[in-house]
Design a protein. Structure first.
Lengths: 200, 218
């Protein structure tokens, strides 16, 4: 335990030195506010290095107090800069939501395909919901309907295979799993289109 | 642990697992002071400031309503309870958590003044207090890794805690309790709701007394 801790300490010290150096160089208040989050992650990193059950139990309270402090600081920053109460143009006008969806949605969809079946469809559908909510959408329901229809046909076909050629059950299970994955994904992705647009 | 000089006689100990909350003469005195100051901040009236007009003997008294000080009163009481937790706890990690809580409530007390310069000072202090979580949690992590426990009761008198951990602990508490310096910068003493600012000085004083005790005991 102690050897691992010491090895990790070097990596953590390096990260802490980099974080504190960035504090020295940075003069913009907003960027320093963001860097404090980096510092708090470093603090949690140090606790996580210990790697025991007790350390695991300490992560959550540590995270809670640092996040609450970060929120308090963010409120103070808003009031200080006089931008308190400014309404964004869109509901989810957050910079991260412009850049992150492609990566996060593709990770979720790939993981959903890896899981396959109903739960995989739910995970992949969440990815698609996230993407559509963040990026907006045009009317492409025809595509979703078509894919969903083919998935339904494949699902039924898998049942016929199972009934007529029981020896090919593995192929049938694979087809059914893939089909229900696509079906659930298509259904869930409709949720992502349910907000906003006037003609929906 | 009660044979150590700083603690004094044992008054009370609750052997409840390995973390033992205890009262020695020292910690009981600190806790009593905290309770008194919680009562003060809960029941006192906001100060009526007198502004003297230069060049004459006229002065006027500011009218401060109870509603204006509700937030700072609440935060002063919360700060008192966080300080009480820091004084009473028998666990080093809990102590660091309470120290961070005291930092948060101190920021809130300072920020409730609403003046732009005061808010600026509160923001700078908040960044320092946020960075101070690194040495605080780092000290707790080093103590846990080298001794396998965080209980002050178990660690007392063993001398097993490395000097680095003690130094980091003191550094972290300095970061969290440094608010009075920023108050000097902010001139918040003249701001509205002045009596609750007392709690900032008081909590940082008690945090320093408590961390002195912990460092001398473990």
């Amino acid at each position: 335990m102690i050897e691992t801790f010491h090895t990790g300490m070097f990596a953590a010290s390096l990260c802490i030195i980099i974080a504190f150096f960035s504090f020295m160089k940075e003069t913009d208040d907003l960027h320093r506010l963001l860097l404090t989050d980096l510092a708090s992650v470093m603090a949690l990193f140090l606790i996580a290095l210990v790697g025991t059950d007790l350390a695991e139990a300490l992560i959550l309270p540590g995270l809670v107090v640092t996040i609450s402090k970060l929120m308090a600081l963010a409120e103070i920053y808003l009031v200080k800069e006089g931008i308190w109460g400014n309404q964004p143009a869109r509901t989810l006008d957050i910079e991260v939501l412009q850049s992150a969806p492609a990566i996060l949605a593709s990770i979720l969809v790939l993981y959903g395909i890896f899981l396959s079946g109903f739960s995989g469809g739910a995970v992949a559908g969440l990815g698609v919901i996230f993407y559509i909510i963040c990026k907006g959408h045009q009317e492409r329901f025809e595509l979703i309907e078509t894919v969903s229809g083919y998935a339904w046909v494949a699902w039924i076909g898998a049942f016929f295979i199972m009934l007529i050629f029981p020896s090919q059950w593995f192929l049938a299970v694979m087809i059914a799993g893939g089909a229900i994955l696509i079906k659930v994904t298509a259904k869930l992705s409709l949720i992502g289109t349910m907000r906003g647009e006037s003609d929906v | 642990m009660f044979d150590l000089n700083i603690e004094g006689a044992e008054l009370f100990a609750l052997p409840f697992g390995d973390i033992v909350p205890y009262f020695s003469i020292y910690s009981a005195t600190l806790a009593a002071f905290v309770l008194i100051f919680i009562l003060i901040s809960a029941f006192d009236h906001p100060e009526r400031q007198l502004n003297i007009i230069f060049g004459g003997d006229a002065y006027y008294e500011k009218e401060i309503k109870e509603d204006d000080t509700r937030f700072s009163r609440f935060m002063a009481i919360a700060c008192g309870f966080a300080t009480l937790g820091a004084v009473l706890t028998g666990d080093i990690f809990n102590f660091t958590l309470f120290a961070v809580l005291v930092g948060i409530t101190n920021i809130a007390i300072v920020a409730s003044a609403g003046n732009r310069h005061v808010l600026n000072a509160a923001f700078q202090y908040g960044i320092v207090a946020m960075i101070a979580t690194v040495p605080l949690f780092g000290a707790a992590a080093i103590i846990l890794a080298t001794t396998g426990t965080l209980s002050i009761w178990t660690l007392a008198g063993m001398g097993a805690v490395p000097l680095l951990a003690k130094a980091l602990l003191i550094l972290g508490v300095m970061g969290e309790g440094i608010a009075p310096l920023y108050i000097g910068k902010a001139e918040i003493i003249r701001a509205q709701g002045a009596p609750f600012v007392l709690m900032i000085h008081f909590s940082s004083l008690l945090l320093f007394l408590r961390v002195t005790e912990i460092v001398l005991v473990i």
